[in-house]
Write a protein of this length. Sequence first.
Length: 99
Amino acid sequence: MTSPEGFQLIDPLSDPADFAKYKQRFRWARGRLEVAEAHAPLPALFSPREFCVLNAFDDGRRTFVSKSVQHASMPGASLFAAAGEPPKGRVCALNTFAL
């Protein structure tokens, strides 16, 4: 699941090329931690949702966890946080996922 093909299984609407994109990467003894931008396309009546996520890849245990986070590269937050609205009418969403 930690390959572009696995990424597409998890999120069929995503672009597998996005799997290699990240905003910041951190060293971690068990695998890798990456801050990334993710998108959730919606029907035309709604604005697409976007997420700033911290993805954790634990190579030894073969687990993947993704959690919404706040990061300087993507200002603003969802309606449920007190970090202010995102710029340019963007809509931030919350995400928690584990596999």
